[in-house]
Design a protein around this ligand. Structure first.
Ligand code: DLL
Length: 439
């Protein structure tokens, strides 16, 4: 199929379609300004910059970005609750954050300027997925400290669409409003999209008004996308972000981005580095690092996200000139090492959900009760599943991953569903009872 680049017009062509050299100069200017602001604010990042011999923004340039110091989540935790705030408290207009993958909260102060940037990048992201002023957006991301609900809300309002702020949960009411308000856009985590789709089917409601889904906040594979699209009859797009950087809108997929996500790199400068923090070439997986070029509340220079992806140039010939990142392959802390082989849970998802006999509910269990770590995956069959499912899936997993994985086929409904928040697809089992009956 040839891509129709004209399918989705750019909302901000001056930025999304900017000449690449001009953008690099803009990024360079913004980087110098950021360094000046960090030095003026004092604190951890200023000290690290001074340790590197940086006295002012004029000492740095985008080509030497890799020489500048980095920050990590640990640095934010150590400065809890205000993080690395770089403005006076009265300039902070809201605080968001996440409970974090390590279970410790990460709080992020935003200024009015930050909220403005957020609304803009989120509006761009929605626009890139085909959302317009005429759209009705059923927003089922959680509202609260989590950035999903409020981030999409800001963007949809900036775009001039109608946003219905459902938040997560209360699924029956959501099904009702899908039928009554007939939205064309669904925004929620991919796992909740599945849950909502199944709830619609159970209630006999056909969500036929929906055309587009914008899903993120948790890892999901193209195989999961196929399931979401089939269940809801929509075109499903990926959106990426993290509260430390801004929330959703850091990068987003569009009709013409070739299955990757265009990064809002005029605001969030991406790098990919190896375990030692050295830059890796485009196409090589590594840890994503972002520099928030324009943020003021808690600006971050070279923040190590823990997320693993690859970077690439824009699609050749596309009017969208932003650099792209791949769908996330996983997180550095979710990588499973099984007899010397590295496996991300998304690789397991890709194999399991490619099998049409399996429903999109699964759980990966890393059994660490003995010295010899074992991997298990619990799946649920569809009603019409036939054949030697467990054995065939185990064979496909061995072939793709190079390690053996025990497949358990459990009765429908056994794997816990996420009504709110992010789906938990991976459990590490070190002691105590089985995380799921039947394992
Ligand atoms: O999850 C922001 C967000 C909300 C993104 C809604 C997209 C949609 P946090 O709660 O701070 O922020 O969690 C950030 O979630 O570092 C990734 O590990 C993961 N994540 C976010 N988007 C994706 C995605 C929001 N599209 C953490 N694919 C990030 C895979 C994602 N993982």
């Amino acid at each position: 199929m040839t891509t129709q680049f004209t399918d989705v017009p750019m909302l901000f062509p001056d930025i999304e379609g900017m000449d690449r050299q001009a953008r690099r100069e803009l990024q360079d200017r913004r980087l110098r300004d950021l360094v000046d602001r960090l030095l003026a604010a004092g604190g951890l990042q200023a000290a690290r910059l001074r340790d590197c011999g940086v006295r002012s923004g004029s000492d740095v340039g985008i080509d030497e970005l890799h020489r500048l110091p980095m920050v990590r989540k640990r640095d934010l935790w150590e400065h809890y609750p205000h993080g690395l705030r770089a403005v006076d408290p009265e300039d902070v207009v809201c605080v968001h954050g996440s409970s974090g993958t390590g279970g410790r909260p990460t709080l992020v102060p935003y200024t009015a300027n930050d909220v403005d940037v957020w609304a803009e990048v989120m509006a761009r992201a929605l626009g890139a997925a085909g959302v317009t002023r005429a759209s009705v957006v059923h927003n089922a991301y959680g509202y609260g400290l989590f950035t999903g609900g409020i981030g999409v809300h800001h963007g949809a309002m900036r775009l001039g669409a109608t946003v219905v702020p459902l938040s997560g949960g209360m699924t029956e009411r959501q099904v009702r409003l899908l039928a009554d308000l007939r939205p064309d856009v669904l925004t929620c985590t991919p796992s909740y999209a599945v849950h909502l789709g199944e709830a619609c089917a159970a209630a006999g409601v056909e969500p036929s008004s929906l055309k587009v889904g914008v899903h993120g906040a948790e890892p999901w594979t193209p195989e999961m996308r196929a399931q979401v699209e089939r269940l809801l009859g929509i075109r499903a797009f990926d959106i990426y972000g993290l509260s430390e950087v801004i929330g959703p809108g850091v990068a987003c997929e569009s009709v013409d981005s070739g299955g990757m996500l265009s990064v809002a790199e005029d605001h969030f400068l991406p790098e990919v580095v190896d375990a030692d923090g050295n830059p890796v070439p485009d196409g090589t997986p590594g840890e994503l690092v972002f520099t928030t070029l324009t943020k003021t509340g808690m600006p971050l220079l070279r923040y190590r996200t823990g997320d693993v992806a690859t970077l690439a140039d824009p699609v050749p010939g596309s009017p969208r000139t932003l650099r792209r990142m791949s769908k996330l392959l996983g997180r550095t802390d979710d990588m499973l090492v099984v007899r010397g082989v590295n496996v991300y849970p998304t690789e397991i998802e890709a194999v399991v959900l490619a099998d049409a006999r399996v429903s999109p509910h699964y759980l990966v269990v890393e059994d660490r009760r003995t010295a010899r770590t074992e991997l298990r995956v619990a799946v649920e069959p569809r009603a019409d599943a036939a054949g030697e499912l467990a054995g065939e899936l185990a064979g496909a997993l061995r072939e793709r991953l190079g390690v053996s994985v025990d497949v358990l086929v459990l009765p429908a409904g056994s794997v816990p569903r996420a009504e709110t928040g992010k789906a938990k697809r991976l459990v590490r089992w070190s002691e105590g009872p089985a995380p799921l009956p039947g394992l």
